[in-house]
Ligand binder design. Structure first.
Ligand code: PDD
Length: 286
């Protein structure tokens, strides 16, 4: 598929992605002043859409921006973009910025936001990734202190992921003051003694939509689930490590800094959660 020709939404209009234009004075471009969402779409149906909308509304509130469209408005944009694209599975990206204004740090008065949305074909994680697992490297978390906001200011994440790539790894495990936070664009999970342990949902991580989902799956499967801070030593000696994100779903991590995690193979808790995740997606097939 020639995906830049796929339709996108920009400020009320639908047009091919390759033709969409914004001003160089857009505050998203100048300051990274905006927030975004990434929603996976399976069998042409958004997965946990209400959760993504609620998180987006929270992000906009936290930066003093209006959400631009109401829930029905977002729903109709997403439906129209998905309908205009062939792929069975897609992910919809949208972002709202504080609009176009003369460069000045303080918020501009009466400036309409820039509202943009697009969809891309979504290739689900490969069999190899699921069966062989991922490699992760540890790194000091050098991002700002409001990682709970899904901000388009992503330089910290970009530098962290580039570091992983240069190390031949798939993701970073970030540590702040010796405690696990998250990946560059994923939440991380440790398993110790059969219990899934997640770092607290505070300002130091983005609460992934899969965060709540994994908690629900654990409850349904009878897998003990605990929320607490994890030291780097605990992460290094855990039985299993996993990551979740909209685009990577849930994947096992088999190496941390070149050393095997647990047995060095995807573990039994991962296998259970992966099966339950796939089941939830298959339920969308209709
Ligand atoms: N990123 N933490 C960070 C810093 C993230 O950027 C993401 C997702 C997550 C997982 O959230 P969710 O389960 O809602 O995808 C956690 C998306 C995929 C991105 O920026 O492309």
């Amino acid at each position: 598929m020639d995906w830049p020709r796929t339709p996108c939404y920009l400020n009320g209009e639908y047009l091919p992605l390759a033709e969409a234009r914004i001003s160089v004075l857009d505050r998203g471009f100048i300051f990274g002043d905006g927030v975004y969402e990434v929603v996976p779409v399976y069998y042409r149906r958004p997965f946990r859409f209400e959760h993504h909308l609620a998180r987006f509304e929270r992000s906009t509130r936290e930066i003093g921006l209006a959400s631009a469209l109401d829930r029905a408005g977002w729903q109709s944009v997403v439906e129209r973009l998905v309908a205009g694209t062939d792929a069975e599975h897609q992910f919809v990206y949208w972002q709202v910025t504080r609009g176009v204004a003369r460069r000045d740090f303080a918020f501009p008065a009466d400036t309409p936001p820039t509202v943009f949305a697009m969809t891309s074909p979504f290739t689900r994680p490969s069999r190899e990734q699921r069966e062989q697992g991922l490699r992760v490297v540890s790194r000091a978390d050098e991002r700002w202190l409001r990682c709970d906001i899904k901000s388009v200011s992503l330089l910290g994440a970009v530098l962290a992921r580039q570091y992983a790539t240069e190390q031949g790894a798939d993701e970073v495990a970030q540590f702040r003051d010796g405690f696990l936070t998250e990946g560059s664009s994923s939440n991380l999970w440790a398993v110790r003694g059969g219990t899934v342990i997640a770092p607290p949902r505070d300002r130091l991580i983005l609460e992934g939509i899969r965060y709540g989902f994994v908690a629900e799956l654990c409850a349904a499967l009878g897998v003990p689930f605990e929320v607490r801070r994890l030291t780097q030593a605990e992460v290094e000696s855990c039985d299993e490590l996993m990551l979740t994100s909209a685009t990577r779903e849930i994947l096992p991590i088999v190496r941390l800094d070149g050393r095997p995690v647990g047995s060095g193979r995807p573990g039994p808790v991962y296998a259970k959660l992966r099966a339950a995740y796939d089941e939830a997606i298959e339920a969308l097939r209709g």
